[in-house]
Structure formats: C-alpha cells, structure tokens
Design a protein around this ligand. Structure first.
Ligand code: ZN
Length: 321
C-alpha cells in the first residue's frame, strides 16, 4: 500500500548532530532510513523547521543549512531516496517504487525574512511547500499561539500565497491562527493542506482544527494529516495510543470525507509518542487498525497516502518552468 507521511522534523535532528550523522546513521530518532524502509514508506515531506532562537535575522541562514543537509542525504542515498520536485517525478511514485520520494517543505514563513525573492530562491533549491507560520506572528500572518487577538494574512502573506500558487508550491495551514486559515482558503487558487493537525472536537488543543475548518478545507479538495503528538490526540496525553490516532482519522472522515484525510506524524518534532506508534517503522500498523474499524481498502489507501499524492499532483509544477 502507498504510504505518505506529510510531516517530520528529522532534518532538525541532523542539524543538531553538527554533521556527525546522516539519515542512515543518526541514532535515537523517530525516523531514519532503516525505519522508513521497515514501514514500507513511499513518500515523506521533510520539514525545514526554524527554531525560535534563530528567527531574528538568522532564519534564512538556518533554512539554507537544513536544505543543504537534505540534499547531501539525497546524493548519498540515491539508491534509497528520490527527491520529488516536479510532476513527472510525482508520476514515478507508486506503492511498488523502491526508492522513497522525499519532498522539501519549510515550516515557518520566517525563513523568507519578508522577501518574495527568498520564496522563489527556495523554490529553485527544491522547496515545494511552506507552512505559513509556526505558533507565533511572522511577516505573513499570526500563528495559533497569538491567541484570541490573532490577525489574518498580512499583505506580504497574500503575496506569498499568490506566488506559491504561481510557482506550484503546497500551502500548509497547520499552526496558522483561524483568521489566517480563512484568508488562505478565500484566496488560494489550489487546494491547501494542513500537514500535521488534528480534530478539535476530539481533543481541545489550539493546534487542532474545528469541524467548520475541516469541512471547508475538504470542500476545496485539501487534505489534513493526522498528527501523532500526544497533546493533540487526547486531553489526557499520558494515555495517548494508536487508537487515538484512529479516532481522529474516523472523525476527520466523518466530517470532511475520506478524500480529505492523510498522515502527518510530526515525528522528531514531538517529545513523546503514542503507544503503538513509537517511531515511523510502525506507521503501517494504522492499516490494520483501519481495517478492524471496517473501512474498505479503497478508503484506507486514500488515508495512508493517495490523498496527499493527489493534492501534490494538482499543485506541483511541470519541469519546463
Ligand atoms: Zn509543526
């Protein structure tokens, strides 16, 4: 079965190793090459996450360091991994493809440092997605951490959304405050994703999406990746287990339909993990859980990966650009 995970933070772990480790050798991470292969993973979005203390004046630099680490791994493990930037490369991705498709995405518009040319340069470096904000305010919009007072998209944020539509980049609304969420849905010409967000009805965390948001994103053809972070899964995070992940999937399907749900583990970005999903190697166990829940194979295939693949195919550029 085709398996696609829309969000991991493993590049950050590699940066923190000061070049000592790569994707095959890094110890104690939720994701490494062997674990991805054990899971039978077919595609993975790698987040370039800019830590808070790097934001002011160093965000662009920090992103470029992480992008280099991504490409060093792509070159070193060319038989195992395959960078995906264009339509024709997406078409190579199937459940039978041996190499794992790797997609580069920036988490936090801080990395643009307020300039559209940086977005275009990131695109030229292979970046195909942008999570517009992290939890805080940046030049594009406010994140969910700004609370009740949070504003929507800034003028620059609107320009970024339009340019991402032009270039063929995936717009990611995870972390974005609700006002910005509605602004993006209003102006984006293409479906958008919430790469790693859960259902607020199931767990009352600010990072989760309410039913209105789920319905609207689904109506526009977007996909929501279920996040494995215990605090986003249940109001009692210590008890978090794979069944909570399934429960969020069920709710998202009930509200948004089976076309709107995927996986966005957040592995290596979360401090604790749900029982039964200790690392990426176990992600395929969700298949059995969904079968036991009674879903037909066609629905399970969409949730495990085909939905995200569909959106990428709608958005990614032709190579002639
Ligand atoms: Zn995140």
């Amino acid at each position: 079965m085709f398996i696609f995970d829309a969000h991991i933070d493993t590049l950050q772990k590699l940066v923190q190793s000061n070049g000592l480790y790569d994707l095959a050798s890094i110890p104690n991470t939720h994701v490494n090459l062997a674990k991805m292969q054990t899971a039978g993973l077919n595609a993975q979005i790698f987040a370039v996450f800019i830590p808070e203390n790097y934001r002011h004046g160093l965000a662009l630099h920090n992103a470029s360091v992480m992008i280099d680490i991504f490409w060093q791994n792509m070159i070193k493990y060319t038989s195992e991994l395959m960078p995906i930037m264009w339509q024709d490369e997406l078409c190579l991705l199937t459940a039978e493809t041996k190499r794992i498709g790797c997609i580069l995405s920036i988490e936090g518009g801080e990395a643009l440092e307020g300039r559209l040319e940086n977005l275009r340069n990131f695109f030229r470096l292979g970046v195909r997605g942008l999570t517009l904000t992290w939890n805080n305010r940046n030049e594009l919009a406010d994140g969910v951490g700004e609370g009740e007072q949070a504003s929507g998209l800034s003028e620059f944020g609107r320009q970024v959304v339009a340019e991402m539509n032009n270039l063929g980049m995936i717009i990611d609304v995870s972390h974005l405050a609700e006002k910005g969420f509605w602004d993006v849905l209003k102006i984006s010409k293409f479906p958008v994703i919430a790469s790693h967000s859960n259902s607020f009805a199931r767990c009352q965390h600010r990072r989760n999406l309410n039913d209105k948001q789920i319905t609207a994103l689904a109506d526009q053809g977007g996909v929501i990746g279920v996040n494995f972070c215990p605090a986003f899964l249940t109001n009692n995070p210590k008890t978090a287990a794979i069944d909570h992940v399934v429960s969020h999937i069920v709710h998202l399907i009930d509200v948004g339909g089976s076309e709107a749900v995927g996986l966005g583990s957040d592995f290596d970005g979360i401090a604790s993990v749900p029982q039964g999903l200790e690392d990426i190697s176990r992600v395929n166990e969700i298949i059995t859980k969904l079968k036991n829940h009674g879903y037909p194979e066609s629905v399970i295939e969409k949730v495990m990966g085909l939905n995200f693949l569909r959106v990428l195919k709608q958005v990614f550029p032709q190579k002639s650009l």
